[in-house]
Design a protein around this ligand. Structure first.
Ligand SMILES: Cc1ncc(COP(=O)(O)OP(=O)(O)O)c(N)n1
Ligand SMILES: Cc1nc(C(=O)O)sc1CCOP(=O)(O)O
Length: 179
């Protein structure tokens, strides 16, 4: 996911194109946060939109059937709408308090559980998740909960690659212990 909240459009697009190149060479899909225009211009693999961004049905109309669309959802009604609109997955949070996104309500495990139970789409948990608590989120064993998304757990650290490997190994252990 490429998420950039402050850049000018041209700067955003140039950075997004560079990310697309890196991800393509590693076989990793790249989604653009919020910006459908940028995703189209750099031929990204998809877009993630929030509740105040372009509606997912409109994003689908613009991107076509082959691209990945994610929608941030905090309630069962939003999850139902995302499914009706043709989204591929939903992001649900904040599971824990976060300083990365201002004024973001914390849903806790109960809020996440409510949305996961109602969702007809795969769910990615987000908000305050890090190597210390990611295991506890996945161990909830909630239906449709397929993974976690993190920002500060990796990007507020000096050793991003090492932190990423550590988080990955925690999530992989959890996946194997449940299979
Ligand atoms: C998996 C996932 N969940 C939520 C988000 C946040 O997207 P959005 O609601 O658009 O919030 P802002 O990025 O605008 O703060 C995400 N990118 N990924
Ligand atoms: C971008 C975003 N969306 C959220 C939501 O709840 O939809 S929480 C969040 C910030 C996630 O950052 P961190 O891992 O540093 O808490």
């Amino acid at each position: 996911m490429f998420r950039e909240k402050d850049a000018e459009t041209r700067e955003f697009l140039e950075a997004a194109k560079a990310c697309v190149e890196i991800c393509k060479s590693s076989g990793v899909p790249l989604l653009i946060n919020d910006r459908v225009d940028v995703a189209l211009a750099c031929d990204a693999d998809g877009v993630h939109v929030g509740q105040s961004d372009m509606p997912a049905w409109e994003v689908r109309r613009l991107l076509g059937p082959g691209k990945i669309i994610g929608v941030s959802c905090k309630t069962p009604a939003q999850a139902e709408q995302a499914w009706k609109d043709g989204a591929d997955y939903i992001g649900c949070g904040g599971v824990f308090p976060t300083t990365t996104k201002a004024n973001n309500p914390t849903l806790g495990f109960e809020g996440l559980r409510t949305v996961c139970l109602a969702s007809k789409l795969p769910v990615v948990a987000i908000g305050g998740i890090n190597a210390g608590n990611a295991g506890s989120v996945m161990e909830l064993g909630l239906p449709n909960l397929k993974g976690v998304a993190v920002v500060s757990a990796l990007f507020d650290r000096e050793r991003v690659a090492a932190e990423t490997r550590n988080l990955r190994s925690i999530l992989m252990k959890n996946a194997y212990s449940r299979s």
